[in-house]
Design a protein around this ligand. Structure first.
Ligand code: XBP
Ligand code: MG
Length: 244
């Protein structure tokens, strides 16, 4: 089996976005007068919850344990807060707050030029993907990716494998045809549960996570070549075959 596709997580993998997400959450809480402010240590813990809406509700239940969804009031408020947050995040990205991580663009270009399929498998919202990649790659960014699976298409969030299973199915590929790229324990768990060999590039918010099961843990993708990926992929499949 040779390598036919690269599947990328977005937040923390394609770009170090979580500081901008954190600022956007706090902006939304201020705008709505919630009286909440997340600091970095707290947000680092909250990132164990995938999905911005799920994260907001999780925090609300932490600060108000007797919270019940009174006639939709809580659900509507969470949705409103997330809309405010997403708008603030989009503005920040458009203003250049976030850059792609080292090696990401070079690898995407090399893989695309070599005829590999590229895909995105993320728990973030579609508007966030478009804001980041429009700014980082250009208005035609979507043409580079065969499949984009995100919070709008895969409602069960990582570590659930749904987003990766749907990505593979839509690409018509087997797990052995692809490599996944992740930054977090939840993301690694989702990719592994979908049967994918996974490279991890941790960041400041995830460096302390447990990455057991990763094909490799790399500081970033700077200088990583397609030939190296093909070699690691073939080696992993061969040793899996030898153990079978
Ligand atoms: C990381 C997430 C997202 C972002 C915030 O996604 O869990 O929730 O933190 O974005 P990824 P939203 O799978 O790309 O690492 O507020 O749109 O959820
Ligand atoms: Mg991530």
């Amino acid at each position: 089996m040779s390598l036919h596709a690269l599947i990328f997580d977005v937040d923390g993998t394609l770009a170090d976005t979580e500081a901008a997400h954190l600022a956007a959450f706090n902006h939304a809480f201020d705008e709505a007068g919630m009286g909440w402010h997340w600091d970095v240590p707290q947000y680092t813990r909250l990132l164990d919850i995938s999905g911005g809406k799920e994260r907001i509700l999780h925090h609300w239940r932490q600060v108000q344990p007797d919270l019940t969804d009174l006639g939709g009031g809580v659900t509507d408020t969470v949705a409103r807060l997330h809309e405010l947050k997403t708008a603030a995040y989009e503005r920040a990205v458009r203003d250049g707050a976030v850059q792609l991580r080292p090696g990401v663009l070079a690898l995407i270009d090399a893989a695309s030029g070599a005829g590999l399929q590229l895909a995105i498998a993320t728990t973030t919202s579609p508007v966030n993907i478009a804001a980041l990649l429009r700014q980082a790659i250009g208005p035609d960014w979507r043409l580079l990716f065969t499949v984009v699976e995100d919070a709008s298409t895969a409602p069960r969030k990582k570590p659930d494998p749904m987003v990766y299973q749907q990505t593979l199915a839509r690409m018509g590929l087997a797990t052995a045809d692809a490599l996944a790229f992740e930054d977090s324990a939840n993301g690694l768990a989702a990719a592994r549960a979908a049967g994918l060999l996974t490279l991890v590039t941790p960041n400041g918010f995830t460096a302390h996570h447990n990455f057991a099961g990763a094909l490799r843990v790399l500081p970033d993708l700077g200088g990583i070549t397609l030939a190296q990926l093909r070699g690691w992929h073939a080696q992993a499949l061969a040793s899996a075959g030898a153990q079978a």
